[in-house]
Design a protein around this ligand. Structure first.
Ligand code: FMN
Ligand code: SF4
Length: 443
């Protein structure tokens, strides 16, 4: 038996059936929320300590409190199910196995912030999950749990419409401002903040963007009360989290566990250990944008934001990628850099040029054509991207490169030639280039 509470993906067969959901207390949290004022609901979510599960770990109740109280203007909720970060595949479990809890969470969030329109933005490649979620939504409309009919069902004046918006395959559309542009029908370009979405969001109106898992956590919070929820897991980052475990592991999958659980326990107890009896080399703890942990760090790390910060990394999306002793760290870093270069929207120079540059240098290192100077060049390019871009994709590209380079430096050093001995393979104007000039020319 599982020794931990399961609030998001409970072990109840057919919970994606509305009747099963109702017999197991479905929509009771929303009924309870209706007995509270919207501010009381927000304060309950604040007390719970819930922090966003979309990567940035921002306190949810605080985010909701930024929404203006006026009901004179349209206000929107965007539920972010773009889930395109390599290593992240947990929101789709909610779409498939507990869609009505997500709908109920949307109703509670909408009521708390005075919102009448919500969008669920789902990754375009998720055909199956878009269909599953749409079927659940259709049933919720038919049964009067969503839309204008919910006024009768719940005996309250509050109502809310929910629409599903399909993405079109761009990772950048998961970034909240790009997501809003995409819903508006424009190209998914991020924009500067401020103004923040709560001030100026979808179609210029106040908007809150929350991850699917964040919103699905709200009904249990209202049911049990914020104080009780806050007792689960790590005190400063409480609750249960959906850890999506992939890579060189015996039992990959999505595991709901309390925050603060030892990574060692996830890998060896829940996931059956590293595959083929291999030793561990590295672990990415929260999706491909997060710096890695070494095997030694993974032995002692606890899986909550504050604990991971001690190792220079973050919880991100909770997407854990396990790498065994045979993993080519240079190749992994090169592959990750390729992804971010490909997904950069190209609006800002440090990200557009820097991501391409990092990929090129990593290709050189991977193919054995680099010198030791390239390692410093790579670090410097990554540092110049970080913090200098419109959106956090720049950081997402720079962090894993810097992390792998710093923590696994020897793996990179083994692949490069000493700068002074290096003879460039190409001849320019009849002369061989020096390594130094090569660095300048390639920059
Ligand atoms: C490039 C990029 C991609 C992102 N992709 C996602 C995503 O797929 N899902 C998600 O919830 N958040 C994603 N985010 C984070 C969102 O911008 C936003 O912080 C999040 O949806 C807020 O929800 P939360 O507070 O519930 O975590 C992404 C951010 C960036 C910079
Ligand atoms: S950081 Fe990259 S993805 Fe984000 S806006 Fe700039 S160019 Fe586009």
């Amino acid at each position: 038996m599982n020794k931990y509470p399961k609030l998001l993906l409970p072990d109840i067969p057919n919970l994606n059936n509305i009747e099963t959901y109702l017999t197991n207390g479905g929509f009771e949290a929303y009924r309870k929320a209706l007995t509270m004022t919207p501010d009381e609901v927000i304060s309950e979510v604040k007390k719970s300590g819930l922090r966003g599960r979309g990567g940035a770990c921002f306190p949810t109740g605080l985010k909701w409190s930024f929404m203006p109280k006026t009901n004179d203007v349209p206000k929107y909720l965007c539920v972010n199910g773009d889930e395109s970060e390599p290593g992240s595949f947990k929101d789709r479990q909610i779409f498939e196995f507990n869609p009505f809890q997500l709908i109920e969470g949307i109703l509670i969030a909408g009521y708390a912030m005075g919102i009448n329109t919500a969008y669920i933005y789902i990754r375009g490649e998720y055909h199956k999950w878009i269909n599953l979620m749409q079927s659940a939504l259709d049933i919720a409309y038919d049964k009067g749990f969503v839309g204008i009919k919910m006024k009768e069902t719940f005996g309250s004046d509050y109502w809310l419409n929910i629409y599903i918006h399909k993405g079109a395959g761009a990772y950048i559309c998961g970034e909240e401002t790009a997501l809003m542009s995409s819903i508006e029908g424009d190209r998914g370009y991020p924009r500067f903040k401020p103004p923040f979405p709560a001030q100026r969001g979808l179609w210029g109106y106040p908007t809150t963007i929350n991850n699917v898992e964040t919103i699905a956590a709200v009904p249990p919070i209202i049911n049990m009360g914020g104080d009780e929820y806050a007792k689960i897991g790590a005190p400063r980052h409480p609750g249960t989290l959906l850890f999506g475990v992939s890579g060189h592991i015996n039992k990959p999958g999505v595991y709901e566990l309390p925050t603060g659980v030892p990574l060692k326990e996830i890998i060896y107890e829940h996931c059956g250990g590293v595959w083929k009896n291999k030793a561990l080399k590295a672990v990415i703890p929260g999706g491909s944008s997060m710096p890695p942990l070494t095997a030694e760090e993974a032995e002692e790390a606890l899986m909550d934001e504050e604990s991971l910060q001690k190792y220079g990394t973050h919880i991100g999306t909770g997407g854990i990628i396990v790498m065994d002793e045979d993993t080519d760290i240079v190749k992994i870093t090169y592959r990750i850099a390729h992804f971010y270069h490909h997904e950069s929207c190209g609006q800002c120079t440090p990200c557009r040029e820097g991501c391409g540059w990092m990929e090129k240098v990593l290709k050189r290192i991977y193919e054995g054509n680099a010198t030791s100077k390239d390692l410093d060049l790579l670090y410097s390019v990554a540092s110049n991207i970080e913090g200098n871009t419109i959106c956090a994709l720049g950081d997402a590209a720079a962090w894993p490169v810097k992390g792998f380079l710093t923590k696994f430096r020897s793996e990179f050093e083994k692949r490069v030639k000493p700068a002074r001995d290096f003879v460039a393979p190409n001849i320019v104007h009849g002369k061989r280039r020096s390594a130094a000039s090569l660095v300048e020319h390639r920059s």
